[in-house]
Design a protein. Structure first.
Length: 175
């Protein structure tokens, strides 16, 4: 006896999707912890599922299939975001950050302070300056530890020491 599976129709797809929308939304929110990101995940999942609904075999679990698509989409987005160090902040915080940056750029006093900090960095020993410089460029402690081939605790200690020394140096020059 030959088994012949039926491929679902577009109408069936839409009905299955409507029936599972709330579950998908809840799952997306559980992963993303953010309503907007969850909505984006559900929408992206719908698009991906719709593009390949002809591959879905009748009798399989539509819910499991779409949950897998959603989970894989989330993992892919998370991995890309982590690699590019993208920050997900609410719009209000992003506006404040950009406003603050503009104020700093327009303020001659702040520019002078930045130059002072750069000079202060030069006064640090290489073993203190390098981990701090890497940290300020966005490296994480574990990445610095790996690149410099020193223990994680040493990295944290050197960065803390460098911050303290730099802060004291800048303070002494501002007086």
């Amino acid at each position: 006896m030959e088994y012949k599976s039926q491929i679902m129709s577009q109408i069936q797809f839409e009905q299955y999707y409507k029936n599972n929308y709330d579950a998908l939304s809840s799952f997306a929110f559980m992963l993303a912890k953010n309503k907007m990101e969850a909505d984006d995940l559900v929408q992206e999942t719908a698009i991906k599922a719709y593009k390949s609904f002809h591959k879905f075999m009748e009798g399989s679990s539509f819910k499991n299939w779409t949950f897998t698509i959603l989970k894989n989409t989330f993992i892919t987005k998370y991995t890309k975001r982590k690699k590019s160090n993208v920050v997900s902040l609410p719009v209000e915080e992003m506006e404040y950050a950009s406003l603050q940056q503009t104020v700093i750029e327009d303020n001659a006093e702040q520019k002078e302070f930045v130059l002072l900090v750069k000079k202060g960095m030069e006064t640090l020993t290489k073993k203190s300056r390098l981990p701090l410089a890497m940290y300020l460029k966005g490296y994480h402690y574990d990445e610095i530890s790996e690149k410099l081939d020193i223990p994680l605790g040493t990295v944290k200690s050197r960065i803390n020491y460098a911050r303290t020394k730099l802060k004291d140096w800048v303070k002494s020059k501002k007086k």
